[in-house]
Design a protein around this ligand. Structure first.
Ligand code: TYD
Ligand code: MG
Length: 459
């Protein structure tokens, strides 16, 4: 017989525990356990399972070669960046999760796309804003209001009533943390509710072949709030990120069952919603630059698209005992490593210096190929010599100061050439299989060690 008992779940990772614990043994989060009711059924032995299996004959396994696969049909969304990140459009019957910090523009992104869909009937369920608020936003975004129906609703059961009544082509839930089912006692946003609601929507998506878009909150550590199971349940997880003080927003794919996770889309937030940025380099490179030291242009790659980006650094004498290190847009640990390389290999006494580092445009870049540009920008500021603006760099820096090869060097060089750069500094090792004839407008300088690069830049 089923009996009701309670257990404790970690809000961050969904780990289950019989008693409350202060620190989650699975993900290390503090004070993240909450009590929830669970309905447990007695576990059946494998012998009983076998007997049961006889009674309800389910689908029998089929050989891979005998399965007839139809390629998944996709709904092409109005935003081409979003289509690309999804791997070529929204797959019918798929469930996708769009996560991001509050105010970053998740609702705007989804609403904008749904409003511009002409032929599909969309049900936009908002648990956060009233239809009037959404109307104001829709007016601001402009565009056609096609077949998009808005409802302010937080009950899962009522959402299914609406779905039943209007049989939509696409369902949007903004946001999954505000939806609750009557079946569970716990409040909306709790581990159990998020899991149950997402699972119910997943069943609906698969059974009716209707795509469902879930919008999800993100916690202060940057991962999607609610249990990790949510990320396991859905077919694709997209992360919308960017600094809300800047206009640029990046849409990244973290998981995608129907496409590659190396794609990213760039948007610009302006007065009338989000605008797609199709040529990232042009936006990331400042046009009117003064000839100052401390700036270097790196060729980064995010997903499959190369783009050029300015890295800026300021090195000044440390005013206090402990020198300051401040980084925006790049991994702080990695910068410390690069500073240590500079200190050890090139002999600069950075220990007495404050170092500030900034990646232009408020972007976060974690491509190691930016190392060479960063280390050059720091050195440039330190020796107060500017790097010519016609130079760009790509290369990973190793612990012994060696320049390591980077991925897709040809794509990087051709992007630099396209943007009119005259010289690019690349890892020597990278040039083995490269067709140099393709790059006749740009001078390629190979370097094997950081010292070589510095000789080229500062002599
Ligand atoms: P929103 O989509 O509500 O964010 P989220 O759903 O991720 O919480 O975005 C809200 C922010 O976007 C808000 O601070 C105002 C800004 N914004 C614009 O700058 N221009 C616009 O046209 C719209 C609709 C919003
Ligand atoms: Mg919102």
């Amino acid at each position: 017989m089923a009996k009701v008992k309670t257990a404790f779940f970690c809000k961050e990772c969904g780990n289950e525990s019989a008693k409350w614990v202060g620190k989650c043994p699975s993900c290390g989060a503090w004070n993240s356990y909450i009590e929830e009711t669970i309905v447990s059924k007695p576990v059946k032995s494998s012998r009983i399972l076998m007997i049961d299996a006889d009674k309800n004959k389910s689908q029998s396994p089929v050989k891979v070669s005998e399965i007839t696969a139809v390629s998944e049909s996709r709904i092409i969304l109005p935003s081409s960046e979003l289509n690309r990140v999804l791997g070529g459009g929204l797959v019918n019957g798929s469930i996708i999760l769009i996560g991001g910090e509050p105010g970053i523009g998740k609702s705007t992104l989804v609403l904008q796309n749904m409003l511009r869909m002409r032929t599909r009937k969309v049900l936009y369920v908002s648990g956060e804003e009233s239809p009037q608020q959404i109307k104001l936003r829709a007016d601001r975004i402009g565009g056609e209001t096609g077949e998009c129906y808005i409802v302010g609703e937080t009950s899962l059961e009522n959402i299914f009533v609406h779905i039943q009544n209007m049989s939509p082509d696409i369902v949007v839930i903004d946001s999954i943390q505000t939806i609750a089912s009557d079946m569970l006692e716990s409040a909306a946003g709790s581990v159990g509710q998020v899991r149950e609601c997402a699972a119910a929507l997943l069943r609906y998506a698969k059974e009716s072949n209707t795509p469902v878009i879930l919008i999800g909150h993100i916690n202060k550590e940057g991962s999607i709030a609610g249990p990790k199971v949510l990320e396991h349940i859905v077919d694709a997880v997209l992360q919308f990120e960017g600094d809300s003080h800047y206009m640029y927003r990046i849409l990244r794919s973290i998981k995608n069952r129907f496409g590659s996770t190396s794609e990213m889309g760039i948007y610009e937030m302006n007065n009338s919603g989000l605008r797609e940025v199709t040529n990232p380099s042009e936006m990331l490179l400042p046009e009117n630059v003064s000839n100052l030291s401390g700036a270097a242009i790196g060729v980064a790659l995010d997903g499959v698209r190369p783009f050029l980006i300015e890295t800026q650094s300021l090195v000044s004498t440390a005013a206090y005992g402990t020198p300051q290190r401040a980084v925006t847009g790049f991994d702080a640990k990695r910068m410390n490593m690069l500073l240590a390389v500079l200190e050890k290999r090139v002999g600069f006494k950075l220990i007495q210096k404050d170092v500030f580092l900034n990646i232009a445009g408020g972007l976060k870049v974690n491509d190691p190929a930016l190392d060479l540009a960063i280390i050059s920008a720091v050195l440039s500021s330190n020796v107060d010599k500017m790097i010519p603006r016609s130079f760009c760099l790509a290369g990973e820096v190793g612990l012994s100061g060696e320049i390591r090869p980077v991925t897709r060097i040809d794509a990087r060089i051709s992007e630099a050439q396209k943007l009119g750069f005259e010289t690019i500094i690349v890892p020597a090792y990278n040039l083995k299989g490269i067709d140099r004839n393709a790059f006749d407008k740009i001078k390629i300088i190979e370097v094997a060690k950081v010292e070589d690069a510095f000789k080229v830049l500062f002599n």
